[in-house]
Write a protein that binds this ligand. Structure first.
Ligand code: ADP
Ligand code: UDP
Length: 231
């Protein structure tokens, strides 16, 4: 298969018409790849998380790009035209929001917050206002509304799923893309790389923050989530 893109955590290969293969790497990066790590089996673990979540979203009629698994580190997905933004949903204050506004991490927000970041590594994915998105034609109004609507639907499903596992979904990032007929799909991955997951009672972090902040074994944190998800 011809490699068409290599990113920080995944590789994309050309496949059959309308399809690409997405390969999950064992690497782990933070702070726009200034910090690098890895553990064996991390890619396979993220693929399993992501597949389980896509299957949950299928049951709720949320369209996503997953087509089928090829092996333990590669899946076949619909080839999409990706929207140039990362969409973040927050149920509790954490990370960049806590830092920017000086609010302690863990504070519940009244309603889920939806934020947009420009996908641009050279600029470290800057935060965008909705006004900027429309005035600069980064997304159309329809795309902006679709992203918000899908991100909030996904949030509803994931919040209750993780609560059933004794886990608070603090925040997460999604990416969306469009196929040739203009249909929108959830793309990329949903895994502890892209979500903040805290144990409901101890507030132990079970996500990439363990790696970002040197809080112990990131592998153990991912394995704990995998165990709770029955993977
Ligand atoms: P990054 O590009 O930020 O380093 P990754 O290593 O995760 O991130 O690379 C995966 C890339 O594949 C991302 O740029 C993502 O937007 C893109 N992508 C995800 N799903 C699809 C899809 N269905 N079709 C085409 N590109 C996709
Ligand atoms: N996130 C992500 N990729 C990014 C930036 C953020 O998956 O490039 C996720 C992150 O894991 C968290 C949420 O989006 O679950 C919100 O991240 P935040 O804005 O707080 O950024 P951080 O300071 O963690 O990079």
């Amino acid at each position: 298969m011809k490699l068409i893109y290599e990113g920080k955590a995944k590789k994309i290969y050309d496949f059959e018409p309308g399809l690409v293969v997405m390969e999950f790497k064992d690497s782990l990066t933070a702070f726009n790849a200034q910090k690098k790590g890895s553990f064996q089996g991390k890619g396979a673990l993220n693929l399993k998380f992501s597949n389980q979540i896509f299957s949950l979203l299928s049951q709720k009629n949320i369209p996503h790009h997953f087509v089928r698994s090829l092996n333990e580190s590669q899946i076949v997905v619909k080839k999409l035209k990706m929207l140039p933004v990362e969409v973040v949903v927050r149920n509790f204050v954490a990370g960049s929001l806590a830092a920017r506004l000086g609010i302690p991490e863990g504070q519940k927000v009244k309603n889920p917050i939806v934020e947009f970041y420009l996908k641009n590594d050279a600029l470290s994915d800057p935060l965008l206002t909705e006004n900027q998105i429309l005035a600069l034609d980064i997304l159309s109004l329809e795309q902006l509304n679709k992203c918000t609507e899908m991100a909030l639907k996904i949030n509803q499903v994931l919040v209750s799923y993780f609560l059933s596992l004794g886990v608070k979904l603090i925040d997460f990032k999604v990416e969306l893309g469009m196929d040739e007929s203009g249909q929108y799909y959830l793309a990329d991955e949903i895994s502890p790389d892209s979500c903040r997951l805290w144990d409901q009672t101890t507030h132990a972090k079970l996500d990439k923050d363990v790696f970002r902040r040197d809080l112990g074994s990131v592998e153990q944190a991912y394995l704990e989530i995998a165990k709770r998800m029955g993977l």
